[in-house]
Design a protein around this ligand. Sequence first.
Ligand code: CUK
Ligand code: CUA
Length: 627
Amino acid sequence: VPDDEGPTLELAGLELDRRDFMKTGIAAGAMGAVAGCSSLSPGGGSGGGQSGSSESGVDHKVAPGEHDEYYGFWSGGHSGELRVVGIPSMRELTRIPVFNTDCASGYGYDDETRAMLEEGGGYTWGDNHHPNLSETDGDYDGEYLFVNDKANGRIARVNLKYFETDAILDVPNMQAIHGCSVLSPDTKYVLGNGEFRAPVPNDGTAANDPDAYESLFVAVDPETMETKWQVSVDGNLDIVDTGKEGRWAIASCYNSEEATDIQGMTRDDRDYLKAFDIPAIEKAVKNGRYDREVNGVPIVDGTQSSRLNKGDRPVVQYIPTPKSPHCVEVGPDGKYAFVAGKLSPTVTMLDLEKLGSVSDPADAVVGRPKVGLGPLHTTFDGNGHAYTSLFIDSQVAKWDIAAAVEADEGSEDPVIEKLDVHYNPGHIQALEAMTTDPDGEWLVVLNKLSKDRFLPVGPIMPDNDQLIHIGQGEKEMELVADHPAYPEPHDCVFAHKDKISPKKVYDRADYADEKPYIEEKDSGVERTGESSVHVKASTKRSEYGLPEFTVKEGDEVRLTMTNIEGVQDIIHGVAIPEHDVNLAVAPQDTREVTFTADDPGVYWIYCTYFCSALHLEMRSRMIVEPS
Ligand code: CUK
Ligand code: CUA
């Protein structure tokens, strides 16, 4: 049993109904006991009794040599990276550096990725929260993954052909982008929520005037990665998800008080959801009905007092909710947006069809079940159930969506079951739950704290991502595995393996415009200026195209290396001691790095990837002659 002292402290100063707390806790305990006595055996006993299977015989183990059924893409929080995890085994398959640099893959060390990080703001880290797979017809098309950087207001794109970050946009006018979502069903935009209110432009002139602070919502073109438009709103913005028809983007928010400290931000009992009517915003931009242009971006006035919100079709609707809601997730059929209450023990259900027709947007709220304390995120099995993470209760609540529409506001009746998790969950994600056709079967809960669940590793503990079997929703939830995660994932998204088709070797046509391809015979040194040289070499097992080369002290060296092998999984590294040079060159790929040779001497270039029995002997020599 977790000690609940810590997490409840987070809410110190806020009104928490102690009786609710006790009641939910007791009810949950009872449910837990029921689950423990279950004779149901989800999974039909397949693999029952093997290690890796649970008490009831659900098996998440994937045998040696076998593949997982699903790709999981995890955000890495302030590690700045993404992780790729196989489901259901929970094996970590790889990491994709995004806002960080990464020694193992050479990301941030070659000229190209270094320039991308530099042009993307020049920061050395980021805080990625919400990974989104690109969609066609509401389903994953396996092309791209988009993720936000909360810390620096950026959006990055990962090319799933190579599992590599290929673009980083430092969004103008925005400080922190928290919510991030692609516009379903066809990824027309990548949308981002500006969480921190600040003057626009933020040039210091209005810093002491909180009335001049504003939050922006942004639409980015997924192909060109350019900022298309922004919308200014009252209050701030937290998380965003979109309907399935390309019209609505629903954002949660807190701080409609527009305060600058926690007491002020949580003063009022109400906050507002914001429903962005995308076609209405596009029309305003097209017709020049935007407020102003800042740093080249048209900014539409979406505040409540805006003239654009006075007509029949407001660009942004404001829907009242209990204060400080957290996540918004739209269900698979696109009918409802589910807004987890965080400080309220309820989930607010917003009917997206009604939203377009009711005169008072508050009338589009069609359900508000009471699910437990600290609801943060919701996911779906596609069979009429919602699963909501309860941060304070350290539980997952499974509930019936249709019953919640029928029930009175605040009723606990729609809740079917609660399962203890360990501890304090944030995001929760079931297989393909963000598509129009979720697969059910497995659900992962991203617990913020692991406390006693693993061997102690010092004061900074891993998170605990727990795998839960849910079947098609007909079974009781069953906790199947713990999985430690390095700080700090926030969210994840799962795609069936058939929807992702990464390349096994590079296609040189993909970079022919940017970089040369160096054959063995092209290897050589070309003097390009008084103090600059271009060194070109092929790499293969177990030699570089140049066994040695000579440059002059002070030369700027452009080093181009091509891996001429066609064999999968044979990577050659290029490390130059004392020059901070570290490349990883995959089969048929070319990487370039530019550095200054400013210390005369001899330097052994070596291969970092173990590539053959003669890997240790795979070397070249750089001789730097004194000038
Ligand atoms: S947020 Cu972290 S637990 Cu950035 Cu989606 Cu809710
Ligand atoms: Cu090439 Cu080791």
